[in-house]
Design a protein around this ligand. Structure first.
Ligand SMILES: [Zn+2]
Length: 254
């Protein structure tokens, strides 16, 4: 395993990182340029990560997906393939873990995992698309979407890997105890719908409905009860992921 943990952006070192790892090995990438990746300086983000960020309440997930797509594209150039196995966001840094293997044929398919997010600031609608159609307005309110990407739009976790981490975690260990909540984060990752590249916040829904936030568990159970997929997200304790569109969520919780 090779760990890249520079001061600031890792983007200048990812070629070297990929060239230095043993094939079949693992890499980890830390980014502390969170302001850039979370949309405070979009032009710098485009230059360093080849994708537009979003400056909103799920920016941390968008940021991690920008790091992974940059890594996947550089890997493809080197006839390598990367697969994300774990990501997390903590304090002022973001971190992604990926496996690296050699496969020209898989590298040819790198764009099947890379696309765009569309986010409507007005009505809260959001979705992922493979191809960017600039002229297409929000299907709910006809406003212009904000666009993020391109970025990684498929899975973030190898669930078996995360399960093994949770089994191995010694909660009596002093260091682990100091990182309070680590086990809870791992369990959340195991159930997380990581194929959905964004999340909603209970506060955000409450604000749109002008009511108090529902407990997350209640929101998730309600979504399940009418046939939608729903889970918590490890990236925000107040966040939930679902394949239900914002209008369906608001109807359900009003
Ligand atoms: Zn809209």
């Amino acid at each position: 395993m090779v760990d890249l943990d520079p001061f600031g952006s890792p983007s200048a070192y990812i070629d070297c990182l990929l060239r230095s790892v043993t094939k079949g090995g693992m890499i980890s990438i830390t980014a502390t340029d969170t302001a850039v990746l979370c949309g405070v300086h979009p032009q710098v983000c485009m230059r360093k990560y080849y994708g537009k960020p979003l400056n909103n309440h799920y920016a941390r997930e968008t940021a991690l997906r920008l790091i992974i797509s940059l890594t996947a594209l550089i890997a493809a150039r080197l006839d390598l393939v990367v697969h994300p196995i774990f990501v997390h966001a903590n304090l002022h840094y973001l971190r992604a873990y990926l496996t690296v293997s050699v496969s020209r044929s898989e590298a040819n398919s790198v764009f099947k995992d890379i696309g765009y997010l569309r986010d409507c600031m007005k009505c809260g609608n959001r979705n992922a698309i493979a191809e960017y159609n600039k002229g297409e307005p929000c299907e709910l309110c006809r406003s212009t979407y904000r666009i993020a990407g391109y970025l990684w739009i498929t899975r973030l976790f190898d669930k078996d890997f995360v399960k093994k981490m949770s089994y191995l975690l010694d909660t009596d260990d002093v260091v682990v105890a100091q990182m309070g909540g680590l086990n809870k984060i791992l369990f959340t990752c195991i159930d997380e719908l990581d194929d959905i590249p964004f999340y909603f916040l209970s506060d955000e829904i409450a604000s749109r409905l002008r009511t108090n936030p529902n407990p997350l568990q209640k929101i998730i159970e309600k979504l399940h009860s009418i046939g939608y997929r729903a889970s918590r997200t490890s990236l925000d304790p107040n966040g939930f992921k679902t394949d239900a569109r914002i209008d369906k969520i608001l109807d359900l919780l009003k």
